[in-house]
Design a protein around this ligand. Sequence first.
Ligand code: ADP
Ligand code: MG
Ligand code: ZN
Length: 589
Amino acid sequence: MSNPLFYQKTQGKLPSYSKVLSDIGNGEVDSLVLIPVRQEVVVNYKNGDSVRVPILRNDQQILRTAEASNTPLTVKDIRGEAAIAGLAGNIGLILIVIVGLSFLLKRSANVANRAMGFGRSQPRIKAQEEVPIRFEDVAGVNEASLELMEVVSFLRAPERLINLGAKVPKGVLLVGPPGTGKTLLAKAIAGEAGVPFFSLAASEFVELFVGVGASRVRDLFRQAKEKAPCIIFIDEIDAVGRQRGAGIGGGNDEREQTLNQLLTEMDGFADNSGVILLAATNRADILDSALMRPGRFDRRIIVSLPDRRGRYEILSVHARTRPLAEEVNLSDWALRTPGFSGAELANLLNEAAILTARNHKKLITNIEIEAALERITLGLGSKPLQYESKKRLIAYHEIGHALVASLTPFADKVDKVSIVPRMGGIGGFTRFWPDEEIIDSGLVTKGYLFSKLVVALGGRAAEILVFGTDEVTQGASGDLENVSRLAREMVTRFGFSSLGPVALDGAGSEVFLGRDLISTKPNYAESTGKAIDAQVRELAFSALGQALSLLGPKRETMDRLVEALIEEETLNTERFLSLAGIKDEHGID
Ligand code: ADP
Ligand code: MG
Ligand code: ZN
């Protein structure tokens, strides 16, 4: 068999999917090649035949059957190969050699020139000619990719749009939190359009030597114009694009020169030159306003964290090449991972695959995904504490959090209570099911926030009730920090106190080097400061009071839960609720 991937002959009718499955099971199949891009499997029969069978995006059946019958299965990304095969044999090769040689000659001729201007002696930015990423590899960002399709169709046939008199965007800014697939999207645009892709991180521009950043920008644009239509992608553009005049130690620094050069170049190239500038950032708020002017990055595309459906799709994309056990329901895992970015979801399945291999298993089961989730959210697990009394105290503390949560109407539902310490020194942990609605909408109610205070103090409350005020530990210090931070925000930012509906702090008072450094003094009177402190303390006290009064009458329940927790080390939702004797998730029935 030469190259099974380019097997073109079709033996009459395609065999049915179930026929292929049973053939694999019967050992008639020699090997399988999975091609995720095409969503198909090439089935190579022992008798020399081979056929292609289309599969669904997240088709696990064939992966599983192959694993079960020990049929060798390889996953192929054929995009690169197809491109090479497309070059017609030897002639192509000779051409490459000639082009390569003349390129080398040119380069060496340039060396002398470059030695003079050290700006250009920087390693050149090379374009990636064939980008293998497609839109289908980027899941859960449908709105974003719809807008970007326009860019793609321009790059594919610039003349057509130009003839129509259409105005094409020059610069598109992708804005979103880390790991949401901005870089991936940029590559997908290049891949879909089949154009060269110049990519570099903005921090690479900013070199130690003055003038180098700007000259790299010039160099980049010169190259790009030669290769048009093409894409220039500047990752983390905030590294150069920050508001000018914001730097400490004089404004006219290297970064500014680089930015100015970037702006000049953007103005300099014509609207329809076929070069499209893409940039990504997670801090659009700090970008220099000059970057956003019409004719520059005038189009902004928000890439947000995926919602539940998006998470399901992203998991499916990454499950295409990983055999999952029948029991694994990706939509359940999408439900359990609110707030996860695409990168974190990819990592989740990757970790699970590693654990599966380590356990000498062939299929990824819920156990591995669960372990991977824990490892990602909490760090590595270690052995439970040996000291009985400390273990008991930790158990009461964690049960305190969990029980308070299950007795508080607005609080998140308990997912898991554990006394297995995690690396990073947490003695135990209580994990909650985050509220999907809140995470997706970004809106929280006063009642919800207060319940968070109560739950956070539930650990300390249990310690007080069981061991007395002298025996409480500093183990709750992390909880206390959270309480202070949250309570302060409630008072100063959300207007959730008797100080009224006023914002008493510069938004989040995140100090951003330079500009804000000068103005970090609070914008309220000293007496207001005192009032804020008093309000914060009052919130904390009333939350602790509520936790104590919830747990007070539940001593027996706590004891029962603690015994079970010490015995079993981890309690999941059902076990916890049944031990606590709570039917409804929130104890209100
Ligand atoms: P960003 O540039 O926004 O920080 P990346 O594009 O670098 O994020 O994403 C890192 C990795 O996470 C990707 O290579 C991919 O494996 C995964 N990933 C992120 N977002 C998605 C998505 N929407 N769909 C599929 N995979 C994703
Ligand atoms: Mg990125
Ligand atoms: Zn705690």
